[in-house]
Design a protein around this ligand. Structure first.
Ligand code: FES
Ligand code: FES
Length: 162
């Protein structure tokens, strides 16, 4: 992926726990850098305008729509994508009909991970409220919420962070 006007800038960030250096177009979206420059195609493009959440990644531990973030804004920051998530750990999350076509699933999982890693969020918000930025055209959301409950509860039973 070449820079259209020949200008490139260097961005160093931490990506999925590892230091990464990329040369990007200053106007390049994080979603495009991940998918087309770094080959991390797990993050999906749905709307491309911050509405659907399919492109959700964690930036410094907080969900962000990578279609709205410039890669240049990631300098010195930590970005986590769906590729960092152990698929085996997702069993309870995905066993309840939380995924059908799967287009929303990577974004759903990243937001769910944020919820799971920050149990205090659930003191003031319901799971449905916390997941409100991730749209799904297939499941009707019940499977996603049931799956998230199961994921959290399975960790609680095993002594992990709930
Ligand atoms: S593709 Fe980014 S929010 Fe829809
Ligand atoms: S499973 Fe198809 S959009 Fe959510």
């Amino acid at each position: 992926m070449a820079c259209e006007d020949g200008r490139a800038m260097e961005v160093r960030l931490t990506l999925n726990g590892k230091p990464v250096r990329v040369e990007v177009d200053p106007r390049e979206r994080l979603l495009d850098t991940l998918r087309y420059r770094l080959g991390l195609t797990g993050s999906k493009e749905g709307c491309g305008e911050g509405e659907c959440g399919a492109c959700t990644v964690l930036m410094d531990g907080v969900p962000a729509n990578s279609c709205l973030v410039l890669t240049a804004q990631c300098r010195g920051r930590s970005v986590r994508t769906i590729e960092s998530v152990d698929a085996k750990a997702l069993g309870p999350m995905l066993a309840s009909g939380a995924t059908q076509c799967g287009a929303c699933t990577p974004g759903v999982v990243m937001t769910a991970l944020w919820v799971k890693e920050n149990p205090g969020l659930r003191d003031s918000h319901t799971l449905r409220e916390l997941m409100a930025g991730n749209l799904c055209r297939c499941t009707g959301y019940d499977g996603i919420i049931d799956g998230l409950h199961a994921w959290v509860e399975s960790d609680a039973r095993s002594g992990g962070a709930a």
